[in-house]
Design a protein around this ligand. Sequence first.
Ligand code: KG4
Ligand code: ZN
Length: 342
Amino acid sequence: MYVLGIETSCDETSVSVVRDGRQVLSNKISSSLKIHKKYGGVVPEIASRMQLESLSEISDASIREAGIKLKKIDLISVTSGPGLAGSLLVGVSFAKALSLVTGKPLIGVNHLHSHIYANFLNAKGVRLPFIALVVSGGHTSLFRVRDFDKIETLGATRDDACGEAFDKVAKILSLGYPGGPFIERLAKKGNPKKIRFNCSGTRQPLDFSFSGIKTAVLYYVKNHLSHRPSCPERSRGTTIDHRLKYDIAASFQESVVDALIDKSLLACRLKKINRLVIGGGVAANNRLRVKFHAAAKERAINYYFPPGELCTDNAAMVAGFAYRLFRKGHRSDLYLDMQLAQ
Ligand code: KG4
Ligand code: ZN
């Protein structure tokens, strides 16, 4: 069965063809990131306009690359939420139109759930049930997955998402956008034990909080700026010693990584499940992977990460996940609408 996946929840425009929920035949991804970079974050209006302009062309190219024709597609799938309203609207409208003209069934999928599914693409997959951690720019959530249509939220961030905290700390340090890869690169040269940055506690043990640590970094940086009054760049933090920047990045990253690991392993323990799946943009972080390896091994937890290119937003995970839902009898109709909430 050939499934067309469409993903436009944030700044990416991605279209993919996946066969039988596993074999990725094409996965075209185009991003408007270059334009957003100068604003230090995604500008929703720009993202949706770019998606509107490029989606049809990317869809044609993806189907071509898969070596099939549109009429061979058996199912049209699209991210229906959560995400940016305008961006979701472009993808959902396009998918509905395509379903209407081709007469092929349509299915809308949850973005966070499809991040989990990235672990099943071009891979053997994971035995059910399992615990899933989704760490992205917009969300940080723990799930218990009993089946592909039985996904229960165990915890979520109370404030900033994990990737958002990486992005904001990168901005405080005058690095680029998106911040995660910049922080990771700097952290390699720093001492993770140099500064004590802690993630705040939460009332629910499986929830997360990243806003406090971001503010702690901000004040730390403010207090360690060089006090040359004439320096015009002072307010941008560029006068901070570059070795100190490495230590800030390393110490921040370490604390965030530890919080993600602690809560994930706690979820495994509380729910008595020893399989853990990780997904979302932050899952590309190598320090997270290395530390997960040690911690999971110690507690006999089997853990799974998708390959780096399937951690960040892509349509292959949408098409793969949609296939599973379709096989379970799920369908959407032309009243399918975007969903902003998780
Ligand atoms: O899943 P994703 O592509 O988009 C959303 O659904 O939000 O995640 C993007 C987020 C950004 O915040 C970015 O800074 C973060 O993932 N990210 C990373 C790394 N690569 C991307 N964070 C930490 N380390 C990385 N290597
Ligand atoms: Zn995402």
